[in-house]
Write a protein that binds this ligand. Structure first.
Ligand SMILES: OC[C@H]1O[C@](O)(CO)[C@@H](O)[C@@H]1O
Length: 516
């Protein structure tokens, strides 16, 4: 296996690219930050808002009555209400559909229009939510935010990886996730503050999403499209000029030629989704589906969406539960930094496996504490409440240095160019689909499974860790162009990937012979 960072030390062409860190890179980081921030803000804001009594009083009075007056035995079911879950999860269904449209817009018209559309729908969504007078306005606002997430999540990571100097590509990829976690934390902090503003505090929480939305909108108005996108759309001269500007040097010939060649190859693929379903791409197809699916089945969004509701369900006061959500949010951010620092040293597998073991233990411990000490007429004592928060933090930290960032990084680095856009779309869509499913099902599952919900997710963590152990080869330091060899040498995947000899004459997707 070749050593080094993303491009390795294997004498690849990418190592010959000349690139300086220009002020463009700083601006790019800002765009990344605003794209990820809004995504995270939307994830984090709904749980706190739906645990606020003023908000419930306005839109979900039934939940408020149920929570305050009904049977003590129904602790786990306090917040189980379809409207409430639709408020949270409608966003992700919209994001799923929008990300499919976005992949077409991003390819045909460029990365910038997608980011602009994303920013604009975020702004509309935030305005609708902040001024909502009825449930329909509220849900419509969430749907518009979802459209924004779909466009931004599709276009921003692509924008970043194309604008960034190759050496910064991996780091910037994780930056998007880091910004997401910061967005969640900011949302938790804002909820903690606005909860104290009687009657309209929730409006402020929902409306403040407009701040990062404006940043993304104005940012993408002022930014150029990527050289890759211009070249792909036939504007070779403009693409080259821009590449020189972004890289801070006139010496961009090699990278320029590579982009031209890559975009020609990509254009020759008429049916990207049919292409990725060919036998030789089976490992990538399986990973593009299972990695985002498993990321959501860790149960992370049960905590991210519903931490305040969960903490209130198990007996915390309103303030304590929002406060605890701030703590888990902070742990999430700090642990993502751990991932950035170690992913290229320890490798992906080590982080996945360590994270899996830690998550499994934490979930089983939470299940046992709640099973033994809470429910029916039993209330959680102060000591055990603190213990639950600590164990949830242990769980969140392990997610944040494993499945959180790696759930995006690993899929993005295993696709060869000819299946990259299709693979990336599948990953984003599957992630959104299962974020939606968990958002929609969690409160009902909590009500029916009670403390067993944590054991349910622990079971999945066991399954996904075994999957990583047996089926995911290490991709640390492997240049993207050499990735196929990793599958070729794998005990299981080698049966799907043709050897170099067989590859020299391949059948193209239309039955034509291709050389390569
Ligand atoms: O940091 C936690 C967040 O990260 C994600 O997994 C995205 O990568 C979200 O689904 C989750 O809410």
């Amino acid at each position: 296996m070749a050593g080094g960072a993303l491009i390795g030390a294997g004498g690849t062409r990418a190592e010959l690219y000349e690139a300086h860190t220009t002020s463009f890179v700083a601006v790019i980081c800002l765009v990344a930050a605003s794209g990820g921030l809004i995504f995270g803000y939307d994830i984090g804001i709904s749980g706190g808002v739906t645990s606020m009594d003023d908000f419930l009083h306005k839109f979900f009075p039934v939940v408020l009555r149920h929570k305050d007056y009904e049977s003590k035995d129904a602790d786990y079911c306090k917040y189980n209400n379809e409207g409430l879950t639709s408020f949270t999860s409608s966003l992700y269904l919209a994001a799923l559909l929008a990300s499919l449209v976005a992949s077409v817009v991003t390819t045909r018209f460029g990365r910038r229009p997608s980011m602009l559309l994303g920013g604009a729908s975020f702004l509309i969504g935030a305005t609708l939510n902040a001024t909502a007078v009825n449930l329909a306005m509220l849900i419509l606002g969430r749907i518009m935010l979802g459209v924004g997430v779909g466009f931004a999540n599709q276009a921003v990571p692509l924008y970043l990886s194309e604008m960034a100097p190759p050496k910064l590509r991996g780091a910037l990829n994780i930056m998007f996730q880091l910004a997401t976690t910061i967005g969640i934390l900011v949302a938790n902090l804002i909820n903690y503050g606005t909860d104290k503003i009687s009657v309209w505090g929730w409006r402020l929480s929902l409306g403040l999403a407009a701040v990062p939305a404006t940043l993304l909108f104005v940012g993408s108005l002022c930014l150029p499209d990527t050289p890759n996108s211009l070249i792909e759309r036939g504007q070779l001269d403009r693409g080259r000029d821009l590449l020189e500007k972004v890289r801070g040097t006139k010496n961009v010939e090699i990278e320029f030629e590579d982009i031209v060649e890559a975009s020609e190859k990509a254009k020759a693929i008429k049916h990207p989704f049919r292409n990725i379903s060919r036998r030789r791409y089976r490992p990538q197809l399986v990973m593009s589906i299972l990695i985002p699916l498993f990321q959501q089945l860790t149960g992370i969004n049960a905590i991210m969406f519903y931490a305040p509701v969960l903490f209130r369900s198990i007996g915390f006061g309103g303030n304590a539960s929002l406060y605890s959500a701030v703590i888990t949010g902070a742990v999430n951010v700090l642990s993502t930094l751990v991932s950035i620092a170690t992913v290229d040293k320890w490798g992906r597998r080590a982080l996945f496996l360590e994270g899996g073991i830690q998550m499994f233990i934490a979930q089983v411990v939470i299940g046992i504490i709640l099973g033994e000490k809470f429910g029916g007429t039993k209330q959680l004592s102060k000591g055990f409440s603190v213990l639950v928060v600590i164990v949830i933090c242990i769980y969140v930290s392990s997610f944040a240095w494993s499945w959180g960032p790696l759930g995006w990084l690993v899929p993005s680095e295993i696709y060869p160019l000819e299946i990259r856009s299709a693979g990336q779309s599948i990953t984003v869509s599957v992630n959104m689909l299962f974020t939606f499913v968990i958002g929609q099902a969690f409160l009902a599952m909590l009500c029916h499974f009670r403390y067993g919900i944590f054991l349910f997710f622990a079971g999945w963590v066991l399954v996904m860790s075994s999957f990583i152990f047996f089926f995911l080869p290490e991709t640390k330091g492997v240049p993207i162009e050499e990735m196929t060899n990793v599958w070729r040498k794998h005990w299981f995947w080698s049966r799907f990937v043709p050897s170099e000899d067989e590859k020299s004459v391949q059948l193209g997707e239309n039955g034509k012979k291709l050389h390569g």
